[in-house]
Design a protein around this ligand. Sequence first.
Ligand code: FAD
Length: 410
Amino acid sequence: MDYCAGANPVANMLVMDQMKNIAIVGASLAGLRGAEELRRQGYDGELTLIDASEHHPAIDRPPLSKEVLSGKWTPEEARLEIFEDVRARLILGVAATGLDLEAGVISLADGQEITFDGLMIATGAGVRHLRCPGSDLPGVMYYRDLDDCLTLRDHIERGSRVAIVGGGFIGSEVAASLALAGLEVTIIDTVPLPMEAQIGPIMANHLADQHRAHGVTLKLGAGVEAIEGETAVTGVRLTGGEVIPADVVVTGIGVIPNTAWLAESGLEIDNGVVCDEHCRAIGAENVVVAGDIARFQHRGYDRAMRIEHWTNAVDQGEYAARALLGTTADGYAPLPFFWSDQYDMHVQFAGVKGQEEEIVKGSVEEGRFLIEMRTDGNLTGILGVNQNAAFGRARRALAAELAAAVPVTG
Ligand SMILES: Cc1cc2nc3c(=O)[nH]c(=O)nc-3n(C[C@H](O)[C@H](O)[C@H](O)COP(=O)(O)OP(=O)(O)OC[C@H]3O[C@@H](n4cnc5c(N)ncnc54)[C@H](O)[C@@H]3O)c2cc1C
């Protein structure tokens, strides 16, 4: 079967005709947008959406560390919007536990077996767990779902002291929301400057200054030796011996792709499900992969990438749906993009970090600036703080440059 029929309409109809029964595992952002795109493309066969969570539509994640945590939005307001009637059979609250590619069968935790002739894998990523003495004490929590958000909102009510292990995006956003709510917050991270590796030194320094200005204590260059407490958390012991008193420990030390259910499937798993430039799983042409779980070959950067950001989940979900139906010719080669809201900063980043960086508009003092990042003189990324219009223009220009660099396929 030719699943890469590209722009040839006759071939596309053949591929679409062959697909009668598509399943999507993971009905959150990437999966839902994928389902909608299948219908928009004219797919008229059976569609089954499977998700371990009961929520439908799924709760969107970005507001969980911002608007919902701060109480500006109710959880209902954070539900994903539905733009298209997907006419799908929904199987919710049941995890997929196995995949038999040859038979075209997904096994579920409740014993059901779901057949398919086309499959989209969109099971996202789950939190990385802290492993140290005391890390299983009540009061050690992670941050990914609505329940985590509601638990932390209870702590806001109680005025808890919060230690955040990991000063990445999630840790930093949660710290900002809690500090604005008046809580005593400490961020602990092994690196000398939070997120410097992702956003560069100018922004990382500015972010650290913003945390301090809002009363957040930063313990940088410090590892966690143990979580202290008898029956519940009382503090975090750092590698140097200092103890940070805390009633709750929020751990934000990264995520791991949810691939456990695919362990026996024969699919190539390596920091995600490995797929080609068309988001098709290696070795299984009727299986596409999208969102946080997809490790795809990016033709613009000529390397494998896994992107853990919202915009990618949307774009890749839609792209993968088209790839499954054979209605796309070009490979998936997006300009990586994310935003983050912390304090009064709307941060936007597009592209990849470069070796050098320079502020080209505004200034840190004004709290509004645009940074260009370059490697060997070539623009690789841009970062804006409260610079929507200028950032938008620079992002479009960088996207056009990347698109021009992508080799064309027939
Ligand atoms: C708190 C928070 C804030 C964020 N803020 C931002 C932001 O400001 N900007 C930004 O760009 N990005 C942000 N992100 C990242 C963004 O939300 C993710 O990249 C996006 O949600 C990924 O979507 P996904 O559909 O690939 O995966 P997920 O949203 O993780 O969805 C995966 C789905 O698969 C289901 N699932 C998992 N395993 C199984 C199984 N075995 N069987 C059945 N179902 C299964 C899950 O229940 C889930 O519904 C944030 C993330 C978090 C957690």
